[in-house]
Ligand binder design. Sequence first.
Ligand code: ZN
Length: 85
Amino acid sequence: MPPPKSKSKSAAKKERRPKRKVCTFCADRLEPIDYKDQTRLRKYISERGKILPRRISGNCASHQRALTVAVKRARVIAILPFVAQ
Ligand SMILES: [Zn+2]
């Protein structure tokens, strides 16, 4: 039997294995996510006011969904910007 193929072109050089991010909402057991909590929501939007994707924020799927709703609510009541100037 042939050895298992390693699917890598550049792995010989340097293998990128990012540290496993843990969902902060799961860790803090915060439920539901407060859309009036500006300081917390600020951490999950970019400089331009966009919501960070899950691969960057490290949230779990369910909390990322709840966060998206919270950010959108916060935008409507003018806590967070739709777009930064
Ligand atoms: Zn979570």
